[in-house]
Design a protein around this ligand. Structure first.
Ligand code: SF4
Length: 148
């Protein structure tokens, strides 16, 4: 009974896996703000967690440190198709303040995994993050439906 209910709800919800590849946590805090009553992300059927095996969308923050290069690709492989990736904030797009001469960050994240959408900003506003997720979510649901 519970499995059947989970299956029905799963078809219409979007699961977002948040991955911080080495940033200041500013972007992650803005994602957490989306869970507050002001934005109430879950009213859209969008759930944020850190489980790539259940993810429809991988939300990447951070500038991709040495430790995260391989780990990020492993996480990306674990996610089921379609793997929609959103680069959140300036860090995964350009490295921003962490991209220094002689430094050890490897942005852009698109050098390691394919990126479907970018949300620039340091950090982006919660409303901009929400808009980006809502923009890619219908595509994820439609693609999932085609594979059934
Ligand atoms: S984009 Fe700005 S707020 Fe976001 S992780 Fe990088 S430095 Fe921090």
């Amino acid at each position: 009974m519970l499995d059947a209910l989970k299956s029905v709800l799963r078809k219409t919800s979007i699961h977002v896996c948040l991955v911080n590849t080495g940033g200041c946590n500013g972007c992650d805090i803005e994602v957490l703000a989306l869970l507050s009553p002001r934005y109430d992300l879950e009213q859209y059927g969008i759930y944020v967690h850190q489980n790539p095996r259940e993810a429809d969308v991988i939300l990447v923050t951070g500038a991709v440190t040495e430790q995260w290069r391989d780990k990020l690709q492993r996480i990306h492989r674990k996610a089921p198709e379609p793997k929609i990736v959103v680069a959140l904030g300036n860090c995964p797009i350009s490295g921003d303040v962490f991209n220094q001469e002689g430094g050890s960050v490897y942005a852009p994240v698109s050098d390691f995994i394919p990126v479907d959408a970018e949300v620039p900003g340091c950090p982006p506003r919660p409303s901009e993050i929400l808009e980006a997720i809502l923009a890619v979510a219908p595509g994820a649901i439609a693609e999932r439906g085609r594979k059934k």
